[in-house]
Design a protein around this ligand. Structure first.
Ligand code: MYA
Length: 214
């Protein structure tokens, strides 16, 4: 077993013991949603420096209240009612993670991979009016990895190739889909794309996932 694999196994085992129950998940999901609104407000606010300082002091007090009961690690995953793994703190799909939009994935039946419908606010803006290319890459990596996992052939992202065909707009409904194209031993090849409201792909991606040895 490699050193990296040993670390991952140890961490996963430790974090599973701290899986939050459904009532806590529901409350923390609401908390994360309010923090997303806060982030949006911070990015757009035009308050004067004194008001910004006052709000910062109140937020520091709220942070201290949350830190009073602090987990050693974020929760990694929990089993949903449908028996599927939910990545609660994942930076793309995690409903408990305020930096996640969140992009919630659904499994497409009959081996169709995974898909998601989502809207990105201008908090994720790169070029004016458009989504940051790194954010698109983050979202696609998640979908590609989930498609590999749902196929029963999960792995670590070994390669990720992106083609930015046209700018991805924010503030409008987007669709992303990913599907396994080929499995070769420990390697799984997956294709994905983000599509705009006009039905045209804005970003296309191909990736190879490798299941670590052992
Ligand atoms: C509803 C949804 C459910 C959700 C479920 C979960 C969703 C989760 C979504 C999460 C999504 C986010 C996911 C993330 O963020 S994963 C985080 C980002 N990725 C990493 O950090 C990966 C770091 N790298 C590694 O850990 C190792 O290098 C890996 C595991 C990749 C391979 O180390 P290992 O020691 O095992 O490999 P090997 O040397 O025996 O080689 C094996 C074969 O592979 C070929 N090879 C290897 N690397 C490369 C490369 N870079 N390009 C081309 N080829 C490569 C190699 O030539 C050989 O081929 P062959 O000679 O046999 O032909």
């Amino acid at each position: 077993m490699s050193g990296a694999e040993a670390v991952m196994r140890r961490d996963f085992a430790a974090r599973e013991r701290h899986a939050p129950d459904e009532a806590q998940v529901a409350a923390l999901t609401g908390l994360a949603a309010r923090v997303r609104e806060l982030t949006e407000a911070v990015v757009h606010t035009d308050v004067d420096p004194a008001e910004a300082d006052a709000v910062a002091a109140e937020i520091a007090a709220l942070t201290a209240r949350l830190t009073a009961a602090r987990r050693e690690h974020p929760p990694v995953a929990a089993l949903g009612a449908d028996g599927r793994l939910r990545h609660l703190a994942n930076p793309v799909s995690g409903e408990l993670n305020p930096i996640a939009p969140p992009v919630l994935l659904e499994i497409v039946p009959d081996g169709g991979g995974v898909r998601a419908e989502f809207t990105l606010s201008d908090v994720y803006e790169g070029p004016p009016s458009f989504v940051h290319g790194g954010v698109s890459a983050l979202i696609l990596d998640q979908l590609l990895g989930a498609a590999a996992a749902v196929n029963g052939t999960p792995g670590m992202t070994a390669t990720l190739e992106l083609r930015y065909r046209r700018p991805t707009p924010h503030g409008v409904p987007l669709t992303a889909e990913a599907k396994v194209s080929r499995v070769d031993g420990r390697k799984t090849y997956v294709d994905a794309a983000i599509t705009g409201p006009d039905g045209k792909a804005t970003v296309q991606a191909t990736a190879m996932f490798v299941m670590p040895q052992g």
